[in-house]
Ligand binder design. Structure first.
Ligand code: P6P
Length: 340
């Protein structure tokens, strides 16, 4: 007798359950989440077979960040643009790979949603088969002006209505929140479905893992160096022995710490005083996820969710993960001699 699988809930079914919590919903948000899911399946297929076809390596172009665009980066970006723009739910798309956002003309749909995404984060690791990921954040349009503009786009994380990521690792996982818990789905490639595998993810309030690139220590502000030294000596909230884990792929590090407990740190440095990570397409969406799982995200002084962006590609320092650990970091960096 063939064993019935434990859980049979697909991600599409979960989206419909979510929609049922909002009587009178138009179905546009559900449709948008399904479009993101479809794009994720296509990207997963290409990432999984990247070693088998000539899609590895870099293109000749550079992106807005001045980074050489990996072929898969470019491919993932084009897939997202193609999948998200086709049914009129979206009025603005912003991508880490594109200098300017795409404003969907009013005659192509009166979309209510704004989607900002990093189509393939961690792509410098692609050729070494290290996990890479897609990160997305969804905001609602507030203005009713005929044509959308930058003012509609630049909203803080506190205004997010949905956020999540797809991590293309040993398996492909889709993790998202829409304010009703954080839920993880694992792709079964044999049936092409994301199945519910991690319902109501709750991150430990403190953890023994810390993730940062310690090669930059000579370039950190003094208070950051002192805080990391205290963390390593076990003087943070976690009472056990700390362990360093750093993959160099944001979501791979974030996802592990979300499940096991711990913090990811990307402090400012003398050459990157605003840090490296982008507020709208990386920090804010992950901040919504971690807060809905009981964690916290800070720029060292305040919640990431409270930062009002002034530019689509604005960078921020990022301390994210277990709530007590990140609050302790924020307190250490905000002490009088903690001026950065
Ligand atoms: P560094 C990848 O380029 C990325 O944006 C994140 O995925 C990752 O956590 C970070 O940068 C790694 O940066 O400076 O340690 O190589």
């Amino acid at each position: 007798m063939t064993q019935l699988p434990g859980n049979l809930q697909t991600i599409e079914s979960h989206f419909l359950d979510l929609q049922s919590l909002h009587p009178g919903a138009s179905g546009d948000f559900t449709g948008l989440l399904n479009d993101i899911t479809f794009a994720a399946k296509i990207i997963s297929r290409e990432v999984t077979k990247a070693g088998l076809v000539d899609i590895l390596g870099a293109t000749e172009e550079e992106n807005i960040q001045g980074e050489v665009v990996q072929k898969l980066d470019d491919y993932a970006n084009r897939i997202f643009l193609k999948c998200l723009g086709k049914r009129g739910q979206v009025c603005i798309m912003g991508s880490e790979e594109m200098a300017d956002p795409i404003f969907v003309p009013a005659n192509q749909g009166s979309g209510s949603y704004i989607v900002v995404f990093d189509p393939l984060d961690g792509s410098s690791n692609i050729d070494a088969n290290v996990s890479v990921s897609t990160i997305f954040g969804i905001w609602r349009r507030h203005s009713r002006r005929q044509h959308v503009c930058t003012e509609d786009l630049l909203q803080p994380g506190s205004e997010l209505v949905g956020a999540g990521y797809i991590v293309y690792g040993s398996s492909t996982m889709f993790v998202y929140t829409a304010g009703h818990g954080v839920h993880g789905f694992t792709l079964d490639p044999s049936i092409g479905e994301f199945l519910l595998s991690h319902e109501n993810i709750a991150t430990p309030f403190q953890g023994g893992l810390y993730s940062c690139n310690e090669a930059y220590e000579p370039f950190w502000p003094g208070p950051v160096t002192e805080m990391v030294h205290e963390l390593k000596r076990g003087r943070g909230p976690y009472r056990g022995r700390m362990t360093s884990r750093y993959i160099g792929s944001l979501v791979a590090d974030f996802h592990r710490n979300l499940l096991y407990g711990g913090v990811y740190l990307y402090p400012p440095t003398s050459d990157k005083p605003e840090g490296k990570l982008r507020l709208m397409c990386e920090a804010a969406p992950l901040a919504m996820v971690v807060e809905n799982a009981g964690g916290y995200a800070s720029d060292g002084r305040r919640s990431i969710m409270d930062i009002a962006p002034t530019d689509l590609h604005q960078r921020v320092p990022l301390y994210i993960g277990s709530r007590e650990d990140v609050l302790w970091i924020e307190k250490k960096l905000s002490e009088p001699d903690g001026s950065l």
